[in-house]
Design a protein around this ligand. Structure first.
Ligand SMILES: C=C(O[C@H]1C=CC=C(C(=O)O)[C@@H]1O)C(=O)O
Length: 371
């Protein structure tokens, strides 16, 4: 399918108010779209279906699935999309929510100092006007953020979301589980390399240890990589990769419950941090810090037995794969309004003013795209 035919088909779907998702995984020149044939709202809480899942932060609310069999699928392989308009480099975060956010962070710090919590991720959302077509915004995301999972998701009964997330929640290919530990934020500077403090490195190590502990009941042989610095748009983060094997009887839902929400979007102890967020943030995160991605898709892997004199010794095994990304650096579009969602991890020693600035920097990821 040509680039123009691909995007015309997407625009038709949006004009007909039918559900769709268009997305591209990090470091990938493949753009996929799923177009649901009707406007049914398909929910899941078992995660046993095959499809594309869009899950809220709070799993007490249902996740939405675009079922694989009820969607038309298209794939486009391309390096850069044609775009007439470019991104705006002058985005200035709006300061109207500053006082409220600082008070929220201070409340979080008080809870940490009193020993109720070790870490809590506190967030806010800021509004902007938006005039451009969501498909144009998606194209700009794809051209701008090559090492993020970029997407535009729409359901007429739920809403319209776009994002460029750097965080893999986890992926499962057959029995192999991969997850990442992401923490620490610094503004990206092309002329310098990131230099991290002991405090930042220690906090990222805590996240890694926590994830290893969470997956331990379902896995064996966990291999933990070295810590690396990765770029996500205008920011640097610290990242570690954890790879292990899950036992055959483990259900995908158990892995979801073990890993979501990660300390990068909630905190720990997990339940207490979650409760603190629900009681104090004073707005609904909805799908921000939820997760999205391919659910139980079948793929075949070719194996070679390597035995001589055996004809047809290559055979293929059908396996299932899922890959979910945490819905970060995202925006919800309602009419001509864009709500940009941003947050940051608060630990002992965090400074409320710096935390506010960090959310302003994070807002630029989507701000640059909205013009
Ligand atoms: C919660 C967000 O970022 C998380 C991911 C990476 C680094 C983070 C931090 O440094 O605080 C956050 O935990 C957000 O972008 O809204």
């Amino acid at each position: 399918m040509s680039e123009s035919a691909f995007f015309e088909r997407l625009e038709q779907q949006y004009d007909a108010q039918l559900p769709f998702v268009v997305y591209s995984r990090p470091i990938n020149s493949i753009i996929k779209c799923w177009l649901q044939k009707d406007d049914a709202l398909n929910k899941t809480n078992t995660f046993e279906e095959s499809g594309f899942v869009f899950s809220p932060f709070d799993l007490n609310n249902p996740a939405i699935v675009l079922p694989q069999n009820e969607c038309e699928h298209h794939v486009l392989e391309i390096e850069n999309l044609q775009l007439e308009t470019v991104k705006n480099e002058d985005f200035e975060s709006n300061t109207s929510g500053k006082q409220t956010h600082i008070e929220l962070v201070e409340k979080g710090l008080t809870a940490i100092k009193s020993g109720q919590l070790d870490k809590v991720v506190l967030s806010r959302c800021e509004e902007r006007l938006v005039s451009e077509h969501p498909i144009t915004l998606f194209k700009r995301l794809f051209n701008t953020y090559k090492n993020a999972m970029v997407y535009c998701w729409y359901h007429p009964k739920v809403g319209l979301w776009l994002g460029a997330t750097p965080e893999l929640l986890f992926k499962v290919e057959g029995q192999q589980l991969t997850t990442i530990s992401l923490a620490g934020t610094q503004p990206y500077n092309a002329d310098e390399t990131a230099s991290w403090t002991e405090k930042e490195l220690k906090e990222q190590q805590i996240v890694t240890d926590y994830l290893a502990e969470q997956i331990a009941p379902y896995t064996d042989n966990t291999n933990i990589s070295e810590v690396e610095t990765i770029r996500a748009g205008n920011l640097w983060h610290l990242k570690t990769r954890l790879i292990s094997r899950i036992s055959t009887e483990t259900k995908l839902k158990s892995i979801i419950q073990a890993l979501h929400p990660t300390p990068a979007v909630c905190g720990f102890p997990k339940k207490k941090a979650m409760q603190f967020i629900l009681d104090n943030e004073n707005y609904n995160r909805e799908f921000y810090t939820g997760f999205l991605g391919e659910l139980n898709l079948q793929f075949s892997k070719t194996r070679n037995t390597n035995r001589r004199n055996v004809e047809n010794n290559a055979y293929s095994v059908v396996k299932k794969q899922s890959n979910f990304y945490v819905n970060l650096r995202c925006v919800q579009i309602i009419g001509d309004k864009a709500k940009i969602y941003v947050g940051g991890g608060i630990t002992k020693g965090s400074d409320a003013n710096n935390e506010w600035k960090e959310t302003q920097n994070k807002a630029k990821t989507m701000g640059y795209i909205l013009t």
